[in-house]
Ligand binder design. Structure first.
Ligand code: G6P
Length: 479
């Protein structure tokens, strides 16, 4: 059976893990993409094409949680070359201001092309005649053009969840032209910020001869002349659901229990990230450590809970980050901890949404200090969880969220003194200001939710009425 809407992303929304006794089990995948797309999928007659998260043959398609899931298999070598290599050691650092130096290998590029073709073929097999395929993120930038070649009848959308690099950095990529041509296979190319769309249009102008006008590229070949539009569609979360979850008696009780287990600190700071060098975790811990050193934060009055969920653990830059973070946390706890109490509670785990909601509710101050971040949905989850308006969001200027979340305390995480001052200001802010800022933030996050985002994207793709039943609409801004 084919589907009128097919979502293609590197990962399925669930990961396959095999227990020590050999039984398979499925767990929710990490990251913002899955957080955003899950609720969209539940409302549509759609299939999701993606990798089940471990190497080997693809399992048969199956249904889970109201979604039809179509696994794509990657061999161990392809995981190393396509996923850990080209996607996460070339494109990821290149797209995040080269915080870690991107590595360029020709055999990684070959794997990227080969695996992109496999996803394109899988999507082509799932989509109904004249259906819509929505391709997601940097791992699959060649899929739009490959898919168009296989199925010219389809309407193809592509959304880039991470920053699109400025021309001066994108220029480094030896395969920059092929990547641009891959993306131009789509009818609509969506980005988080208008600046990302502008970066994309600039590289199109620079490395193709195609005419670009008012956010639209005219493509003449292959096939009939087509228009490709580029625009910004800032992503969000299922805010209503998160708000309701956070109001549940279980979450409320669990939040109180967390605070009690931490020794009832007066001030609880929280950081929640994938353990990724883009998230500014080192900068955050340095700033908090210095505040303890200087007595501006004190044990047991204040504590930081840092959730750092495991991510891309075979990539060297991530291994190095883990060592640095754990060394810094150990040093600060050794210096300032006492028996039964410590300044930093570091948790190298992933947690289900209920536990996250409880942590957000328990916290007084949320620290989002990314050095570069496409959007940062953790910031939006925190806001949606602050149902009693009591919480301060400290937010890096270098996140997509900073463009929207008026009410946060904005920081430059490279400026450690500025970051320390912002944390101190958050901790000592009077309750009237805390509430008025949080109310502003909540209005925004509860209104601009993920269904509005997906609707605006699909509407701009010219498609929404056919397949997706979502209330209210906005149209993305063209760059
Ligand atoms: C970010 C990316 C996603 C990715 C997620 C988790 O949110 O935009 O494409 O899936 O991180 O990373 P991983 O490498 O574990 O899929």
């Amino acid at each position: 059976m084919t589907h009128p809407l097919v979502v293609v992303a590197n990962r399925l929304p669930v990961d396959l893990t095999v227990e020590p006794d050999g039984t398979p089990s499925w767990q929710r995948s990490p990251g913002g993409l899955v957080t955003a797309m899950e609720p969209v999928m539940r409302q549509a007659d759609a299939a999701w094409v993606g990798w089940p998260g471990s190497p080997g043959e693809a399992p048969e398609p199956f249904d889970a949680d109201g979604m039809h899931l179509v696994p794509v298999g990657l061999s161990a070598q392809e995981v190393a070359d396509f996923y850990e290599g080209f996607s996460n050691d070339t494109l990821w650092p290149l797209s995040h201001d080269v915080i870690s130096p991107p590595v360029y290998h020709r055999h990684w590029w070959d794997a990227y092309r080969r695996v992109n073709r496999r996803y394109a073929e899988a999507a082509a097999a799932e989509a109904s005649e004249a259906g819509t395929v929505w391709v997601h993120d940097y791992q699959l930038q060649l899929v739009p053009a490959m898919l168009r070649e296989l199925r010219p009848d389809l309407r193809i959308g592509y959304f880039h969840h991470i920053p699109f690099p400025p021309l001066e950095l994108f220029a480094q990529l030896p395969w920059r032209r092929q990547v641009i041509e891959g993306l131009l296979g789509a009818d609509l190319v969506g980005f988080q910020r208008s600046g990302d769309a502008a970066n994309f249009l600039r590289v199109v102008r620079r490395w193709t001869d195609l005419p670009v006008r008012a956010g639209t590229v005219t493509v003449a070949e292959p096939g009939p002349e087509r228009k490709v539009r580029a625009g910004s569609f800032p992503i969000s979360i299922d805010s209503q659901h998160f708000d309701e979850l956070s109001r549940s008696p279980w979450v409320r009780a669990r939040a109180a229990e967390i605070r009690a287990d931490l020794g009832s600190p007066e001030v609880l700071l929280l950081g929640v990230d994938r353990l990724d060098y883009t998230k500014g975790i080192r900068h955050r811990i340095k700033a908090v450590g210095e505040l303890f050193d200087e007595g501006r934060l004190e044990v047991p009055g204040a504590a930081l809970v840092q959730v750092a969920s495991p991510s891309r653990e075979n990539v060297e830059a991530y291994q190095q980050l883990r060592e640095d973070v754990e060394l810094a946390v150990g040093r600060i706890n050794g210096e300032h901890g006492r028996i039964g109490t410590q300044p930093i509670h570091y948790l190298h785990h992933s947690y289900p949404p209920e536990e996250m909601a409880a942590l957000y509710r328990a916290a007084d101050v949320m620290l989002v200090t990314s050095l570069r971040d496409g959007m940062n949905l953790v910031a939006k989850e925190f806001v949606a969880a602050c149902v009693d308006d009591a919480g301060v969001l400290v937010l890096s200027e270098f996140t997509g969220a900073a463009d929207e979340l008026n009410g946060a305390l904005l920081v430059n995480p490279h400026d450690i003194d500025g970051l320390k001052a912002a944390v101190e200001r958050a901790v000592t802010m009077d309750q009237r200001e805390v509430r008025s800022r949080m109310r502003r933030l909540r209005r925004r996050v509860l209104t601009d939710d993920v269904s509005r985002w997906s609707r605006s994207f699909l509407e701009a793709l010219g498609d929404v009425d056919r397949h997706v039943d979502v209330p209210s609409s906005t149209t993305g801004n063209s760059a």
